[in-house]
Write a protein that binds this ligand. Structure first.
Ligand SMILES: [Zn+2]
Length: 454
């Protein structure tokens, strides 16, 4: 009898919550997000006080403690740290000059790539060979390349509206260029920054050395200086580069994922995760990438608590550590979940910047995808309309093997790569209203997915 009554109440509850009431709850989430500055203030703190949050750094440790406290203040039922193994790489002194007996000397704006080995303290001086891709290396061969610096200068394709696809079309120069050039005896690589912008900021990111290649120094150069170097090489092919970069790899160390949750009311053993990554590149405040995603997740906890929303499932905000260098935070989160036999129902990641929300990408197919796409109707009043199949994010993707519904937060991405992995990714580049809209959008989506058992 009790079960029947409970079921009737549940059915009544759900039907009451359909239609007008659901609309009201979503409006209340947007209203509360759009009239509060907590997330923006959290973002300001992370940008201004924990700039350069590379895993293993003091700034990362400070960010871990700050977000732990922010989750407590947001009202999370419980907050804890999850230990994560992380690499430890540090930038050193860096300096790069183009030297031509015809054109003179020009300082180039560079930034060593993550995991890169350094030069000696005296640096190196060598001729430069410009290429656009790895096939050109093959054509030139060891004879032409040995002893030189290889300059990868393939620009991102600015005609692509999907800026992530444009980035994807250029970024292998950064991730594999050093390894590929090293096979032909290059002594260093300079890589054109993978950005849509033509500006003076170098954009860093990881480079990965293949096994059995000599590790050679790798730096990114700003797009403006990539153009300059290319011009100089046409006018004076004997132009040389002098490069000093004393960055260094250290033994692995430890850091933490920061997790806060609201216990589920009726299905506490099922979990829904909302996450961003707490680490950032050392040269960057990491505002859009990805302190913004972190504060949006914390804001969801604050919104649910303020509005007294009681999710059926346990809802978590997770600040993942070490997305940028090797993704250990995301893998640790999934492996502990799997070891404990936790059921992870859904997980969303915000790691495409925190510009104005456009919609969500779902890693789903068939009937489930159609159902998820139908949720767009609740978001039309907020001009959030793009609900479609697509990728989620690298921190939540290790949950895929557990059958978790994976979701990506999709903002407008036209400006994202102007900031990404550079000193240009600062607090002032985030608009408070766009940040608030994004927080409300993700909190509302997870509310619906939980409510409607999507
Ligand atoms: Zn990121």
């Amino acid at each position: 009898m009790r079960i029947i009554i409970t079921n009737i109440l549940l059915i009544l509850g759900i039907s009451l919550l359909n239609g007008q009431d659901t609309e009201k709850v979503i409006k209340s989430i947007f209203d509360a997000a759009l009239t509060d500055q907590t997330a923006y203030k959290n973002l300001e703190y992370l940008c201004k006080n924990t700039k350069g949050r590379l895993p293993g750094s003091a700034a990362a440790a400070e960010a871990v403690e700050y977000t732990r406290q922010a989750l407590i203040k947001a009202g999370a039922d419980s907050v804890w740290l999850q230990k994560v193994p992380v690499p430890h790489w540090e930038r050193g002194y860096e300096e790069c000059r183009a030297i031509s007996h015809i054109l003179g000397i020009e300082e180039l704006s560079i930034s060593a790539l993550g995991f890169s080995v350094g030069t000696s303290a005296d640096g190196l001086l060598a001729g430069v060979i410009e290429v656009k891709d790895f096939d050109e290396l093959k054509v030139l061969g060891k004879q032409k390349i040995e002893g030189s610096i290889v300059f990868f200068n393939r620009a991102v394709d600015n005609t692509l509206i999907n800026t992530f696809a444009a980035y994807g079309g250029a970024v292998n120069q950064r991730t594999q260029g050093a390894s590929e050039a090293s096979k032909y005896g290059a002594i260093a690589v300079i890589v054109r920054s993978a950005t849509n912008a033509l500006h003076d900021f170098p954009h860093t990111g990881v480079t990965r050395y293949a096994d059995n290649v000599t590790k050679i120094p790798a730096v990114a150069v700003s797009t403006v200086d990539a153009e300059l170097l290319s011009r100089w090489l046409k006018k004076d092919p004997s132009t040389k580069i002098s490069l000093i970069s004393t960055c260094k790899n250290y033994p692995d160390t430890w850091s933490y994922n920061v997790i806060g949750e609201i216990k589920g009311s009726t299905k506490p053993n099922e979990y829904i995760t909302n996450g961003g990554h707490l680490d950032s590149w050392d040269i960057s405040e990491g505002a859009h990438d990805d302190a913004g995603g972190c504060v949006q997740a914390i804001e969801m906890i604050r919104l649910y608590k303020t509005l007294n929303i009681k999710p059926k499932r346990t809802i978590r905000a997770v600040m993942f550590m070490n997305e940028e260098m090797s993704g250990t935070g995301g893998r640790e989160y999934a492996s502990e979940a799997s070891a404990k036999g936790e059921v992870h129902y859904a997980a969303i990641e915000s790691d495409r910047g925190v510009m104005s929300p456009r919609g969500f990408a779902f890693e789903a197919d068939g009937e489930r995808l159609e159902k998820l796409k139908s949720l767009a109707k609740w978001f039309a009043p907020y001009n959030i309309r793009d609900f479609d199949k697509g990728g989620s994010g690298s921190d939540v993707s290790p949950l895929r093997s557990m059958g978790t519904l994976l979701i990506g937060y999709i903002p407008d991405v036209q400006r994202y790569f102007y900031y990404h992995h550079s000193a240009n990714d600062t607090f002032d580049k985030v608009n408070i209203r766009e940040l608030q809209m994004g927080s409300a959008a993700s909190a509302s989506l997870l509310y619906l997915i939980d409510l409607l058992d999507m």
